[in-house]
Design a protein around this ligand. Structure first.
Ligand code: SAM
Length: 288
């Protein structure tokens, strides 16, 4: 199901709903590279589960100094990433499965990026084990601790939405989902739920890595959308994997409740809703 989701979304829809300005990506990637460079000269990086290229675009701008490989198991997603990057970018794209140790050579990467991959992999321990093996001693595995009001909302917590109409929309949606609208259930994933990401840090420490959360390198950003955007771009196409786990009948009931709410307040569907985001790098250095 997770793989179908990313193929379905076509890259532009994915990039719209997982909004990350290029300048923010560049700052996050730059902080991660600087954190690793005192112990190792960073020359080769890979991005596991690169998707349509949210990180590859900023990494591309290091091309010349870095050898960059993006890996994804979906050819459709890689096709979109390739069009984004355009030929001659210097970024190599590889179709491969991160659960297979043979996908990359041992100790071939100075930094192994893996952002929002462990949440879609039930076999997250095997993905972490491979990532560690592919990372040079002294190098690091990096992901970004990324939070945001939209991500909270799709996980069942719309408390800080800051707009009455959007607030009512989410409350109507959760309540029509019944049990499925409970945060514990909505925030579950095929792999690690966001609240469980500390398990990945513990696992890596146990296997000989040292994990640091670079809170000082936090970046915040925001964007303006409307309740109509939330319904048309997020809820109707079910663009997050947790929304796709809800049974079709239950989801249909929730969307009927949301649609009838929109009909009752036509003037509010285009009011402005500000989405806020925050991220910082989590760097797991391989010590042995
Ligand atoms: C949530 S998206 C994250 C994309 C990107 N890293 C980002 O931050 O925007 C997860 C991506 O991982 C890919 N993926 C899932 N399981 C994989 C696996 N076992 N091996 C390689 N790619 C995988 C999916 O095809 C999808 O493109």
């Amino acid at each position: 199901m997770a793989c179908d989701l990313f193929e379905d979304l076509a890259g532009s829809h994915y990039l719209d709903t997982r909004y990350l300005p290029l300048t923010v990506g560049a700052r996050l990637v730059g902080s991660a590279c600087r954190a690793v460079s005192p112990t190792l000269s960073v020359r080769s990086v890979c991005d596991l589960g690169c998707g349509p290229g949210r990180l590859l675009l900023p990494l591309r701008d290091f091309t010349g100094r870095l050898s960059v490989v993006g890996i994804d198991r979906s050819d459709a997603v890689l096709g979109f990433a390739s069009r984004q990057l355009r030929s001659g970018s210097g970024v190599r794209l590889l179709a491969g499965d991160c659960r297979r140790r043979t996908t990359l050579a041992a100790e071939s990467c100075d930094i192994t990026f893996m952002h929002w991959l462990l949440n879609v992999c039930a076999e997250w321990e095997s993905v972490l084990g491979n990532s560690l093996a592919w990372t040079r001693v002294g190098g690091a595995i990096v992901w970004f601790h990324e939070t945001g009001s939209l991500y909270d909302a799709i996980d069942g917590r719309a408390a800080d939405f800051g707009c009455e109409a959007a607030q009512e929309l989410w409350e109507t949606f959760y309540s029509a989902l019944g049990d499925w609208g409970e945060p514990e259930r909505l925030s579950s994933r095929d792999g690690l739920a966001f609240r469980e990401f500390d398990l990945a840090s513990h696992w890596l420490c146990h296997e000989g890595a040292e994990v640091e959360r670079l809170m000082a390198a936090s970046v915040t950003w925001s964007r303006s959308v409307t309740p109509r955007w939330i319904v048309d771009r997020v809820l109707l196409p079910r663009v997050f994997s947790n929304l796709r786990r809800v049974p079709a009948k239950t989801y249909g009931r929730a969307m009927r409740a949301v649609t009838s709410l929109l009909e009752r307040w036509p003037n509010s569907v285009d009011c402005r809703v500000q989405l806020h985001y925050r991220a910082f790098p989590v760097v797991a250095r391989r010590l042995r």
